[in-house]
Design a protein around this ligand. Sequence first.
Ligand code: UDX
Length: 479
Amino acid sequence: MDSLSNSPYVLIFPFPVQGHVSCMLKLAELLCLSGVNVTFLNSDIIHHRLLRYTYVVSRFSRYSGFRFETISDGLPPDHPRSGITGNRVVDIFDSIKMVTKPMFREMLLPGGCLNCGSRPPVSSAIADGIMCFTIDVAKEMGIPVFLFRTVSASCFWAFYCIPKLIEFGDLPIKEDDEMDRFVTGVTGMEKYLRLRDLPSFCRAIDLSDRAFQVITSETQETHRANGLILNTFEDLEESALAQIRKHIPNLYAIGPLHAHLKSRLTSPLRSSNSLWEEDRTCMTWLDEQAQKSVIYVSFGSMAMLSREELIELWYGLVNSKKNFLWVVRPNSVAGDGQNIPAELLEGTMKRGYMVRWAPQEEVLAHPSIGGFLTHSGWNSTLESIVAAVPMICWPYYADQQVNSRQMEDVTISLPPLIVVFPSPIQWPVNTMFDLAELLCLSGLHVTFLLTPFTNTLLIRHFNVESRLNPYPIIRHLQR
Ligand code: UDX
C-alpha cells in the first residue's frame, strides 16, 4: 500500500479492438516500468480473449502496481465484433457511448471499483481518443484526462481538417475521376495528399454517413482534453505534429511504443498482446529460408477480403515465384470455406506458408524477411519501419490510405518521380521498369503507381524483388 500510494495512479481505457488495446497496453507497461500505478480498463470480451494467453498473464503479474478491470462494451455476446468494417466499429462506438459511459462513471465515483480498496485515487486518465465521453466523466470527477490516438499524426491532422476540407470543396468527393487531385484543405499536405489518400471515411458520398460523422466529431472534441498522446515520433512526422500543435499545444509524440518497450524489457518474456493465438511454427519455417527471401503478407486485425480478392492475391503470390508468409486471420474472408483451386494449394506448398495469426514483431525482425505487403495499419507501419523492412502498401480502410501515402512521401527525401504504368501489358511495364532503374542509378527516387495486376506482372516476369533491393523504389498499389 505504501509504495503504491506514493506513485501516481493512471487509468487507461482503450477502445475495444486489437490495434487499440495492444498499443495502449504497451503504453501501460511502459508506465509500470517507470513506477506508475496503472489500471487497465478492458471490455469483458477483450479481457477474456487476452487472458487466455499465459504469457500475457505472467508478464503483467510482474508489475505490482498494475491491474486489469473490466467493463461491458454494451453489445450482446454474439455480436460479430471482429471482421470489422465501418459499420461494426460504429456499432461498438454507439453502444459504448450509450451503455458503457454510465457504468464508467459509476466505477469512478468514490467507492466504485476504480476508486476503492488499497489503491490510491485515480490521479489521471488516458482514454482512447475516439471515446471523448471520457472527458466529461473525468472532468466531473476532477481527474485530468489525456486522449490517446492510435493513428499517425498525419492521419489525425487529416481528420482534424475535415471541416476545412468541406469548406474548401474537397469533400464530398463528387466524381471518381477527381481522386488524383491534391487536397486544398489539409494545411502542410497540399503537395502530396490526393483525394484518394484521405481516410476512407471521406469517400462517403453522403456526409451524414455515420462513420464519417463519428470520426469527425470525436476528433474535433480532442482539444477539450488535457492533452493528446500519439504513437509517433518527431523525425517521422515533424510537419504534421507542428500543425497539430498549433491547435492542441499539449501534444506528446511518444512512439514507437513497441520499440521503447522492447528496449526496456530485460527478460525473455514475449511482449505481444495478441487477441488471437500466435502460430509460432512460422518462425521455424522462416529459419529455413534464405536471407531476405520472404515477403510477409498481413492485413492487420480488421480488414476483410472478398473471396475474389483472396484468390487474385493468392495467384499473385504463387506466381511471383517468391517465398511468402501469409496471415489469413480467422473470419477475414467473405465466403470463407469454398473450394480453393488445387494449383494454388500446390503452389503454396512449394514456397508459401500460411498462418491464422503470426507473432508479427518477431516475424518482421527475422533475417529471412525481405518485404512486407501490408494494409498500412499504423502499428504495422511502425513495426516495419523499426525493423527496416520495405513495404508494399495496399491500404484497406480508415487511416490506412493516409499512412500508405505518407510512407511514400517520408521515405523519399527527394521529390518523388512517379512512374505510372498506363496499361497493364507486358512491354510498357518492362520498359518503364528499366527506365526507373536507370533513374535510380542516377540518384533519383522513384515511386511506381501500380494496379495489383501490374504488380503481379512485374513480380512474375521481371525478377523485380532482387532488382529493386538496392534502390529507393517504392511500389504503391492502388485499390
Ligand atoms: C487499425 C488501424 O488501421 C490502425 O492504424 C490503428 O492504429 C488501429 O486500428 P489494425 O487492422 O489493427 O488497425 O492494424 P495495425 O494497426 O497494423 O495493428 C495490427 C497489430 O496486430 C500489429 O501490432 C501487428 O503486429 C499485430 N499482428 C497482426 C500480429 O501480431 N499478428 C498478425 O498475424 C497480424
